[in-house]
Design a protein around this ligand. Structure first.
Ligand code: 13P
Length: 358
């Protein structure tokens, strides 16, 4: 195992106040998002979409790494350049989602287990040859009446740790993503408790499988009230609770925490990340950054709608949200972009009120 290379890649991914762009939607998920805007659900449409994303001017100013899906890693630009090379050429590290999705956990109604360990060693070797330098595996933890169960937390933590160990063996930095879902009407405190239990289980298993903490990144949810909880919280409340949860459960050896957005609007995700960095930057052992999919892509997808004529505007919107998040990492997300911070988590972005960000 090339320990130093793993450490260097993990650090590079969280350096310079940048973050990650998750563009690793599986084909069914990508098709679902396309369907909302009447975009054709074909391999060529997905390639066209990913092509304009990776060629967005200035994307590398805010984005250190991009997570691709298997199909995307095998695709090329019109001129034949593989997407992984196109990213590397502009200074963005290519990564790959390697889990095969969350499936029903047997005998546990409402709970999921992520699959994909069988054959993973071989797939990682192939992905490494194709240029991927890091990988991602997402575990899904739902909150509901009587769950998450201990067995769900342990099974998912075990799978995450087995995946992470295999990644490091193959020279790829594992991004360990245990996502506690926002679905539900539970209060902030319940999300805190479940996220704490989740992270505790994950780090027990990571240690058990001898994963080198310096050569991995954590991709957790922010600690937020359930989407339909009547008592939504301010960005400062979310920031304080999330950081408390991380300080209690994430070892200082981990170089970075890169949040998923989980269905929060782009604005709200930036606002909450900003609040964490305003209040704690320079006082935490790890970098606090972003690894958003929807919170960066959604406004741009809405503009694109599968039309070549809209590409330039869509690229502008994508680059804009990426820049907003880089500002949020510095705790400098413009106040002008921040609304009423207790608004619904699904508040939509307005691409018409873009303010100037340097
Ligand atoms: P969202 O930011 O849309 O939650 O996606 C992040 C991700 O990578 C999901 O696995």
């Amino acid at each position: 195992m090339n320990t130093q290379r793993l450490i260097d890649t993990a650090r590079e991914l969280v350096a310079d106040d940048k973050g990650l762009l998750a563009m690793d939607e599986s084909n069914p998920t990508c098709n679902e998002r396309f369907a909302q805007f009447g975009i054709s659900q074909t391999e060529e449409a997905r390639r066209a979409y990913r092509q304009w994303i990776v060629t967005t001017p200035g994307l590398a100013d805010s984005i250190s790494g991009a997570i691709l899906y298997d199909e995307t890693l095998r695709q090329h630009k019109d001129d034949g350049t593989p997407f992984a090379k196109a990213l590397l050429d502009v200074g963005i590290i290519p990564g790959i989602k390697v889990d095969l999705g969350a499936k029903d956990l047997a005998t546990h109604a409402g709970e999921k287990i992520t699959e994909g360990l069988d054959g993973l060693r071989g797939r990682l070797a192939e992905y490494g040859d194709m240029g991927a330098r890091f990988a991602k595996w997402r575990a899904v933890i739902a909150i509901g009446e009587g769950f998450p169960s201990r067995s769900c937390l342990e099974a998912n933590a075990h799978a995450l740790a087995r995946y992470a160990a295999l990644c490091q063996e193959a020279g790829l930095v594992p991004i360990v993503e245990p996502e506690v879902l926002m679905t539900g009407d539970h209060p902030l405190e319940r999300c805190l408790k479940v996220t704490e239990e989740t992270l505790r289980n994950v780090f027990i298993q990571l240690n058990c499988q001898r994963v080198m903490l310096e050569g991995m990144l954590l991709k957790p949810n922010m600690v937020v009230p359930g989407l339909t909880c009547l008592e939504q919280k301010t960005a400062d409340d979310v920031a304080d609770t999330t950081v408390k949860c991380l300080l209690r459960n994430v070892p200082a050896a981990v170089p970075g925490v890169a949040f998923l957005s989980g269905g929060q609007s782009g604005e709200l995700a930036s606002e909450r990340l900003n609040a964490m960095n305003v209040r704690f930057r320079g006082r935490l052992p790890w970098a606090l950054t972003f690894s958003f999919a929807r919170a960066i892509q959604q406004p741009a997808l809405e503009i694109w709608r599968g039309q070549e004529a809209n590409v330039s505007l869509a690229q502008h919107a994508l680059s804009y949200r990426a820049k907003c998040n880089r500002m949020a990492r510095r705790g400098e997300y413009p106040a002008a972009m921040q609304g009423n911070s207790t608004e619904s988590a699904s508040r939509s972005d307005s691409s018409s009120n873009l303010v100037t960000i340097k």
